[in-house]
Design a protein around this ligand. Sequence first.
Ligand SMILES: [Ca+2]
Length: 398
Amino acid sequence: MRKNRLFHHKKTRLILILPTVLLLAALVVAIGQIRTLINSRAANGISLVPPSTISARVGEQFTYSLSVTNQRALNLRSVDLAIRFPQNALRLISIQPNTNSNMKSFMPFLPSGGFDSVNVVNSANTNGLISMSAATFDLSSNTLTPAQTSSTVLVNLVFSPLTAGTHTISFDTNKTVAAVSGATQSNLLAQSDMPSTTVNVTQVVATASPTPAPTATVAPTQTPIATRTPSSTISATPTVTPSATPAPTQIPGSALFDGSFETGGLTSFVISGAKISNTAFYAGTNGVILTNNNSYVGRQINTLLKAGVQYEISAYVKVVREGRSWGAPRLTCSFFQDLGSSNCGLANAKDLRSSGWQKLTFTKTFTASEISRNIFIGVKNFGFPGTAHVDNLTIVLK
Ligand SMILES: [Ca+2]
């Protein structure tokens, strides 16, 4: 009887302990699974690496270089980027994809093929969202390229700050996706794999031209006249009027710089995709060839200008190979070296099929505020993947 009661007591304890043990075991398994899940996301080894901080100045440009790391050599196939930035504080100037990796195709495409960066830039500056993709695809041969199994630079984004302050460039973590072939997960990027960038922007301090140091004027020594008490107070502070910045001598009709390209070099010009040529000239024996979309030849001019006077800006342009998109070579006056926006004047080549030289020209009167900034004039193949010749880039006082 006693033995029976003891047995009954042990049985009751076992009934109570067993579910608790099972519950604990289930919990341990569940925690393990969650850990594995978290670890698998964090340990994919694929992450986006933007700069963590950038220092920049209003009106100048900076490059946001974005890399993708692939530490476990996975078969990376595509990356969809959704990059947010404050469009009232930063302006996207250009997108420079890295086509040297296996991720050769950048989308969206132009109807004629190729990356439609112009539309992405315009839309980004309107919405504050850069939306584009890179994939291991070669559009020219319509074939898949091998997967991207190593880390690589993905794209360089060139921005220009519009306002001073601390701004943030970040990823939309719901829309930014990296995909590899054979993966069970559609997105291999955890939130921590998409860090933000802090951009510290300061105002440009106006570059005052060196003011000549005031020369101390020696006050004339006064001979005391013993018999008279001086009645007038002699002012001892000479008023020094700082001489105005010597303005460049400008004669109406004369060019402010030589844009005939006859020196055979382009050292005083800003260029991209432009080359000097001794066959592509309008006058003399030299001119410039713009070879591809967004190529340009320009010249910084703000130090040559005077405010409040009218200038005529002109260039000769000849289209020798038609582009396959909507753009055209254009003469532009811009606050930016790449002539990406026409802040102070624009003249488009009027006829892409014209076989001869076209004179592009406009007039402009600059304000003092404008000439305190960087100003460039030049010709750019804007949205125009053709070939153009350029000569006689000129600015004259009207
Ligand atoms: Ca020439």
